[in-house]
Design a protein around this ligand. Structure first.
Ligand code: ARG
Length: 588
């Protein structure tokens, strides 16, 4: 069975216990093996917790067993022999503690070193997924909420890509709202010669947006013209389309600066893209009897919601929901996506719940939200300032993301210079490291929190080189790399010829954690929770520190084995960095 081993200890053990369950209680069907990694202070490496619940299913029904511990004993006895399992013991009310074979674990790590970490990737049951993330609104602020969406969405996309899922990374930008009427009209007023308008002439689109909004609010003539502009734009008037395209282009250039700094890939398919398809989709929903008239508007009533979902406004225009229903239809039917993931703040949860429900009613999605094709709304909390309020600048403006990233980089550069690195490194090295550390710190500080909670943005905290920060983790990896290079050994050669021995508790604990990478990524990916991977990475660096402070590597009799453990740790750390969108550094 070792040939089929996917690197996932939990799966492998579950399969063994599944066989044992079928042998032990052949009459009881449909019992899933309950296998979980044990807490570090517990006697075994894994636990199987089926005995107690099984007992409650079979007691009083003429079973041969005398109680849950006896069920546990039988499950243990019927466990197929496997090189993986060293021993099993039943404790307390029937917990089965499984101790893994150190020799087997060592072989699995050696195997990864030879065949690569991709052999530890999860395999979700989908071929193609859409991750809809970042998705700022044109001409409006790209704020820290969009930064969260960009960072979280990129990680989810990376985890799926690692799992060999084709990911359509979609930037669902807001490029089709009624705000364009006033923007275009304002553009015409400020720049009668629209074609020659450049980005620098408009300057800051935010300021431009504010100015046009102010005019819209105080000048009834302008308001009237702006409203007509929307009609012309949506009617396809080339002059208005042109002006619209210009404004979008300027925004796009701004957004691109953020994506480029963060090294995030996105393909823009904005709201406007779906607009031509909306009438057909509404027609289809209508033909299924879902669309009703309500106060001049057209709506879909949904059980469990106090308000209906509006799909056509009373003036005949479309809205956020009509666009999202159409985008979903497109992604399912035209793009054949089997998993569609939306990353926005939790404030939009109701919107998603409602149009998901409408799609189920229309039969586009299966009734169960666990079945594929599947949709998920990945909601996240607010970014707070150190004053506990919404994160703003001192003059309570929205923080410009480019400024924020620039500051992260310059602070980390200052810290490197304080440590004298400007004297040791070339200016390029200094700059690259400052970027890796600065941007990495921003990303990691976001990702390590359970995404649904609010988190406090603090440069001091995230750039601290101690504690659970990107800085600490990137440095830990650099230290491991330098242990390996200082050994003077050809590590690629060692991988082929050397062996790992896990004799000491610290070596064993490190190897076990390395092997738990596969099930951790799988969990993070299934539950769309990057924080699970961050926690794993932090623990890994902790296990490594314990190992390294107790086990001499270079110059010891166990040097080869321990260097291989160092290398395996570095590989797993780098894969975690990759999945979290961090760039590893090799020197500190
Ligand atoms: N543009 C929206 C906003 O800034 C986010 C769009 C999210 N994606 C979607 N398909 N609704 O809030």
């Amino acid at each position: 069975a070792n040939e089929e081993f996917t690197g996932n200890l939990k799966h492998h053990l579950s399969e063994l216990f599944d066989k044992s369950l079928k042998l032990t209680v052949p009459d009881v069907a449909g019992v899933e093996p309950l296998v979980a990694a044990s807490a570090p202070e517990k006697p075994g490496d894994y636990q199987c917790n089926n005995a107690m619940s099984l007992w409650s299913m079979i007691k009083g029904k003429g079973t041969q067993f005398k109680g849950p511990p006896a069920v546990g004993q039988a499950l243990t006895k019927n466990l197929p022999t496997s090189e993986m399992v060293e021993s099993c013991s039943v404790a307390g009310p029937g917990f089965i503690n499984v101790v893994l074979s150190a020799n087997w674990m060592a072989k699995r790590v050696e195997n990864m070193l030879i065949n690569g970490i991709d052999t530890w990737a999860p395999s979700p049951p989908v071929k193609r997924a859409v991750v809809d993330f970042s998705s700022p609104n044109i001409a409006k602020e790209m704020h820290v909420g969009h930064l969260r969406s960009t960072i979280i969405g990129d990680t989810l996309a990376r985890m799926l890509e690692f799992s060999k899922v084709e990911v359509l990374r979609r930037n669902h930008v807001g490029d089709w709202g009624t705000q364009f009427g006033m923007l275009i009209e304002y553009l015409f007023e400020k720049f009668p010669d629209t074609d020659s308008v450049t980005e620098s002439a408009i300057g800051d689109l935010q300021t431009f947006y504010k100015a046009s909004k102010a005019k819209f609010d105080e000048d009834p003539d302008f308001k009237e013209k702006a409203q007509q502009a929307v009609v012309r734009l949506q009617g396809g008037d080339p002059i208005y389309r042109n002006a619209w395209a210009k404004i979008c282009e300027i925004s796009r250039t701004e957004f691109a600066k953020v994506y480029q700094r963060l090294k995030v890939d996105l393909e823009e398919k904005g709201e406007s893209f779906y607009n031509p398809h909306i009438p057909n989709v509404i027609k289809e929903l209508d033909s299924k009897g879902l669309v009703k008239e309500s106060e001049g508007a057209r709506v879909i009533f949904l059980e469990g919601f106090t308000i209906p979902l509006m799909v056509v406004k009373s003036d005949g225009g479309y809205n956020y929901a009509s666009t999202d229903l159409t985008a979903l239809w497109y992604r399912l039917n035209e793009e054949k996506a089997e998993w569609i993931i939306y990353v926005t703040d939790v404030g939009q949860q109701q919107h998603f719940n409602m149009f998901f429900k409408a799609a189920r009613k229309a039969g586009w999605l299966p009734a169960s939200d666990k079945a594929y094709p599947k949709v998920d709304h990945v909601g996240f909390g607010l970014v707070l300032g150190e004053d506990g309020k919404r994160f703003r600048t001192r003059s309570s403006e929205v923080v410009r993301l480019v400024d924020l990233l620039d500051e992260a980089k310059s602070r980390s550069k200052t810290a490197l210079i304080e440590r004298g690195k400007d004297k040791e490194w070339t200016p390029e090295e200094l700059d690259k490291t400052a970027e890796a550390v600065g941007y990495g710190a921003v990303k990691y500080a976001d990702l390590k929190n359970n995404r649904t909670t609010n988190y406090t943005f603090s440069f001091d905290q995230m750039l601290n080189d101690k504690g659970n920060t990107a800085v600490y983790l990137l440095y830990a990896h650099a230290r491991i790399s330098s242990i390996i290079s200082k050994s003077g050994k050809d590590i690629d050669e060692l991988k082929k010829t050397g062996n790992i021995a896990l004799d000491l508790a610290e070596e064993r604990a490190l190897a076990l954690h390395l092997l738990q990478f596969a099930e951790t990524v799988e969990e993070a990916c299934n539950n769309l929770l990057p924080s699970v991977l961050c926690e794993y990475l932090y623990t890994l660096s902790d296990r490594f520190t314990t190992f390294y402070s107790n086990c001499q590597v270079n110059g010891s009799p166990e040097e080869t084995s321990r260097l291989l453990l160092c290398e395996a740790t570095a590989i797993v750390m780098r894969k975690c960095f990759h999945l979290l969108g961090l760039t590893p550094v090799y020197k500190i």
